[in-house]
Design a protein around this ligand. Structure first.
Ligand code: SF4
Length: 275
């Protein structure tokens, strides 16, 4: 019987929902799960925007964001996971450019000088329907209707991620007694995807639905921990799973996909399995 985790985040719940075995390798076995290039681009953009949003409204300009990016870049370049990417000079320039495009995406979505920001990188730790929920909210604004809970995204648009900001809204409500009025995902965009906002008015029903879903996943996880049984769920995402070499089901599935020409050329599993 494995120990129950002390906290449960939206990303931990998402990993469990995607594949219970992947969750076990990541959170119990603690096998290496290096941050990929796309996620690191997102980290860089997040850190710049976090600092920018701490500035006085009139200083939240693209020029200031550029200065902040220059001060944060050495820290990113010094990270072990960045060094592991082994990017040459041209690729590093391309990496910085991708991060800058994401940062600039903010001005295509809003004028950050005209928003009232209450908090950035707000840590939330609270019980939601008995689940020890933990999360870090990128930004909490206040507009004419009340609090707005915001998460920045740098990847593909996924509407289901709205549950993340609804859970943060439930946690804010639990902690402060003030129910946020809106929950918002700000997709900063990239070369293929235009920046866009996915948002919803926050209602008790929507928060309760997101919390029930979290609670269901938590209960399934507790059952798996008690029984020490973590099923595999094979999907095309196995091609990007850091733990594929430890997973016979995943290896079989990915080999079948490769044999039938359905494995994407950029899937990292190709190199791991020598395909
Ligand atoms: S390879 Fe696929 S099935 Fe195996 S742990 Fe990873 S995601 Fe799950």
């Amino acid at each position: 019987m494995f120990k129950t985790p002390r906290s449960f985040s939206y990303s931990s719940a998402s990993v469990y929902k995607q594949c219970p075995r992947r969750w076990k390798h990541k959170y119990i076995d603690k096998l290496p799960d290096p941050t990929g290039e796309a996620a690191l681009v997102g980290t860089f953009a997040h850190e710049v925007l976090e600092e920018l949003c701490k500035e006085e409204p009139s200083l939240r300009t693209e020029a200031r964001a550029n200065e902040i990016a220059a001060t944060i870049w050495p820290k990113i370049a010094d990270r072990k996971d960045f060094k592991n990417l082994k990017l040459n000079e041209d690729s590093q320039r391309e990496f910085r450019w991708k991060a800058w495009e994401a940062i600039q995406g903010l001005w295509r979505l809003e004028n950050p000088s005209q928003v009232e920001i209450e908090a950035t990188e707000q840590k939330l730790s609270t019980s939601l329907s008995g689940v020890p929920f933990y999360g870090i909210v990128d930004r909490i604004d206040r507009d004419e209707d009340g609090l707005v809970v915001i998460d920045y995204k740098t990847g593909k648009v996924r509407h289901e991620n709205i549950d993340q900001v609804l859970l943060y809204s439930a946690a804010v409500n639990e902690k402060t007694g003030e129910q946020p009025s809106k929950a918002k995902l700000m997709y900063l965009g990239n070369r293929e995807v235009s920046p866009q906002i996915i948002e919803t008015d926050v209602s008790e029903d929507l928060m309760a639905k997101a919390v029930t879903d979290l609670s269901d996943t938590w209960n399934k996880l507790k059952h798996a921990l008690d029984s020490e049984k973590f099923e595999t769920t094979t999907t095309p995402l196995c091609g990007w799973c850091s733990f594929i070499e430890h997973c016979p089901d995943g290896i079989k599935y990915i080999r079948e996909r490769a044999d039938s020409g359905r494995l994407k050329p950029d899937a990292p599993a190709r190199a791991v399995l020598g395909i």
